[in-house]
Design a protein around this ligand. Structure first.
Ligand code: HPA
Length: 268
């Protein structure tokens, strides 16, 4: 981590305030930044590489309406074989570089029948079913407490701001609970019935560890899921990764517009 910070700190220009993590097929926002400085993950010492198709694997520092932003286009997932500390490496590194708020995006399967394919959903809470946690092991008291509270993990003020911005742009932003699973196999229809019964509206394979690590450090978070497909067993069709990427591509411009307007308005 120290090596990554030593590498990036002198090269990134102004300190970033907001970190943005872009999920599968959602990378376009990185091209929006003014004065962009781009670092392929492979260039930064210790930065985990993303092998998932649809993940660009680059870090972009720049500005939106005068606000310093750091974008991770592509993330490391547990299912790629990365240990949890590598999955949250980027979040921890950006925190050390000054980021005080995170906006996560991801592709998710829709469990709640009121969502349509391509819907953008504000995550209101999560259920961690990944069987692990980034805070396992000795606690670094300089970062945060041993037993951090997760009551408002997805910041209520940020969510209200996002809804207001969405309304201004004509983008409906329903809220939902995200169940984070290990993957990489998609769920079975029985698993989706179980997830619905325990209160999940969305299912995906990322985000929960990153949010836990960020909240441990007291960093405010919000997350937007793109419902790239209805979850297993809901529609009489199979789920495939191409569909996930295609839907991501279809809503890309809406998501970019939303992020571009929202990020300067987050009060941090
Ligand atoms: N399940 C899990 N993760 C996903 C899905 C899904 O249906 N779609 C996109 N990411």
């Amino acid at each position: 981590m120290d090596q990554a910070i030593d590498y990036l700190a002198p090269r990134i220009g102004a300190r970033p305030e907001v970190g943005v993590v872009l999920g599968s097929g959602l990378g376009a926002f990185a091209d929006e930044l003014a004065g962009a400085r781009t670092f392929p993950y492979g260039e930064v010492p210790g930065w985990p590489q993303s092998t998932a198709v649809g993940h660009a694997g680059k870090l972009v520092f720049g500005g939106i309406v005068g606000r310093g932003v750091a974008v991770m286009s592509g993330r490391a997932h547990l299912y790629e074989g990365h240990p949890m500390h590598k999955v949250v490496f980027g979040v921890c590194a950006l925190a050390r570089l000054g980021v005080r708020a995170f906006v996560f995006t991801n592709a998710a399967g829709g469990i709640n029948l009121s969502y349509g394919q391509g819907a953008l959903v504000l995550i209101s809470d999560h259920i961690n079913l990944q069987g692990t946690n980034p805070l396992l092991g000795p606690n670094d008291e300089s970062l945060g407490p041993r037993f951090p509270d997760m009551s408002d993990a997805y910041d209520p003020e940020f969510r209200a701001t996002a809804k207001a911005v969405g309304a201004g742009l004509g983008v409906d932003l329903p809220e939902g609970v995200y169940a984070g699973l290990l993957g990489p196999s998609y769920e079975t229809p029985a698993e989706i019935r179980y997830l619905r019964a325990i209160g999940a509206d969305l299912v995906g394979m990322s985000t929960v560890g990153e949010v836990i690590a960020a909240r441990h450090m007291g960093i405010r978070c919000m997350a937007i899921s793109c419902v790239t497909n209805m979850a297993a067993g809901i529609l009489p069709q199979k789920i495939n990764h191409e569909e996930v990427l295609e839907t991501g591509a279809r809503v890309r411009s809406t998501l970019v517009a939303l992020l571009r307007t929202l990020i300067p308005r987050l009060e941090i």
